[in-house]
Ligand binder design. Structure first.
Ligand code: SF4
Ligand code: FE
Length: 482
């Protein structure tokens, strides 16, 4: 099947006709819903890029799984270069959209499930890997968007899944049947869920013997009976409902996060890829997390490029582009952003094949990448706010620009350097506002902190992978210590 265009993808979503609770209403027609549509357009870019002559070589790749050309967003990485190309592709998408384009989570989940199912089969004689290969070849051939679903609600964080008052606090197998499993629970913070065709469910923590019901990995269609969606609010999101688009900041694109409920959903056995193998849950979680921590070294960098560009434009519009302190701040922003990219590329270049054959990032470097992502975008946002100036927080509504009384005052007093249209100045400052304090800050800042796990999760992995013993041993050898 030919790779879909963005329009064909949007048409496929229309045919799914998903429903969700959005701002207190049961909503349908989501593909044209003012709050949802910008996020769908961001995903559509991942399809259009596979047809754009400038980018299609990066976005297209031959998959040995189905022996066809596929969109790299569905690819199982076959080399370290594939991992590098993934990060380059994500930076490109960030450059085009200025937001989360949502399609990476399924790609990261698939790569983790592929190698983990191979390992389960090798150890237990199960047949999950072949099942997953057949499922994923179908995803590739149909060029689908898959939501990788990991984060459970977790209830009381001090208790294990089986000790929770409500066992649904971690998504679980409620019943095993001849025709499949019945799952019950929820997944939080689901990026791009309403723009997806499929959901690939994984456990959220490393599980122990006795916790078998929670060790579940499986795939369900987004249209499956019993699945419900509740849309997540974002700062200033209702600006998207206003007729004037200028105040939205990023008027074309946006991200999407959804609380997804699974109420006694039947999953046929051919879509079950782990059912009780607690010993492998930790491996699956670690691999997925590492791939997604690598991802941030691409997507956040792409958005960072735009924030740097907007800060430079704001300085130019204010007539201070040549000031040495502005140049220094812009250089600092570039340095921070390229450091993130370097980490994304480094963990990719050092990737190694798994036993199943696909490539896994260097997990230590991927965690270093993400730990930096929990900090540097905040510093980039601080510097952009500094350069943008106080008007970022006090700008009148764009509608007032057209008001016969207020408009002329705004044009007179909010004019900056000669030759700069006030509307253009508004656009740039609103764009910065969107990323540092508006709807875009959900992906650029909050997700940089918590997406793919909070900083403590990276510190734990860095502590485990950092080989402190080996480092001490090196000193002992060098200094001839006993
Ligand atoms: Fe992709 Fe980044 Fe969005 Fe995650 S946050 S889905 S890596 S764009
Ligand atoms: Fe994410």
């Amino acid at each position: 099947m030919a790779l879909k265009t963005g329009d064909e993808y949007i048409q496929s979503l229309k045919e799914l006709d998903l429903k969700a609770h959005v701002m207190g209403q049961a909503a349908g027609g989501l593909t044209s819903h003012a709050l949802v549509e910008p996020s769908m357009r961001a995903v559509a870019q991942t399809y259009d890029c596979a047809h754009d002559p400038q980018s299609k070589d990066l976005f297209r790749v031959i998959s040995p799984l189905c022996n066809e050309e596929v969109n790299r967003f569905t690819h199982l990485h076959q080399s370290a270069q594939d991992l590098v190309n993934k990060v380059r592709m994500q930076r490109h998408c960030g450059n085009l959209t200025g937001c989360c384009f949502q399609r990476c989570v399924g790609m990261d989940a698939a790569n983790a499930v592929y190698s983990s199912t191979f390992d389960i089969d090798a150890a237990t004689g199960s047949a999950y890997h072949q099942r997953f290969k057949e499922y994923w070849a179908w995803v590739q051939k149909n060029d689908l968007v898959v939501d990788g679903a990991m984060t459970d609600p977790k209830g009381d964080r001090g208790k294990r899944p089986k000790d929770q008052t409500d066992p649904d606090m971690y998504l679980r197998i409620k019943e095993r049947r001849q025709d499949g499993v019945i799952i019950s629970g929820a997944k939080l913070h689901q990026t791009g869920m309403l723009n997806s065709h499929e959901i690939l469910i994984m456990p959220t923590i490393s599980l122990r013997p006795g916790e078998e019901p929670w060790a579940v990995c499986c795939a369900v269609p987004t249209t499956a009976p019993g699945v419900r969606y509740i849309y997540g609010r974002q700062t200033s999101d209702t600006r998207k409902l206003e007729s004037c688009r200028l105040d939205v900041g990023n008027p074309k694109f946006g991200g999407q996060e959804v609380l997804t409920v699974f109420e006694d959903v039947l999953v046929p056995w051919e879509r079950v890829f782990m059912a009780g193998e607690t010993a492998f849950s930790g491996t699956l979680v670690e691999r997925f997390a590492s791939y997604h921590r690598q991802s941030y070294g691409g997507c956040k960098v792409g958005v960072g490029d735009l924030l740097i560009g907007a800060a430079a434009l704001a300085a130019q519009m204010n007539g201070v582009a040549a000031a040495s302190h502005i140049r220094e701040k812009l250089v600092e922003m570039i340095h921070l952003n390229e450091t993130l990219y370097s980490c994304g590329l480094a963990c990719s270049a050092m990737g190694q094949p798994t036993a199943s054959g696909n490539y896994l990032v260097d997990m230590l470097l991927a965690n270093v990448c993400k730990l930096n992502v929990t900090r540097f975008p905040y510093e980039l946002a601080r510097l952009a706010t500094d350069i943008g100036g106080g008007l970022l927080g006090t700008m009148p509504a764009a509608a007032d620009l057209e008001d016969p009384v207020a408009g002329p005052y705004i044009r007179k007093y909010l004019k900056a350097a000669d030759g700069v249209a006030v509307e253009d100045r508004f656009k740039v400052l609103r764009f910065i506002e969107n990323l540092v304090a508006g709807a875009g800050s959900v992906a650029y800042l909050i997700e940089s902190m918590h997406g793919a796990g909070p900083p403590t999760a990276q510190r734990i992995m860095i502590g485990r992978q950092g080989d402190l013993e080996g480092k001490m041993q090196k000193v002992k050898s060098l200094l001839d210590l006993a």
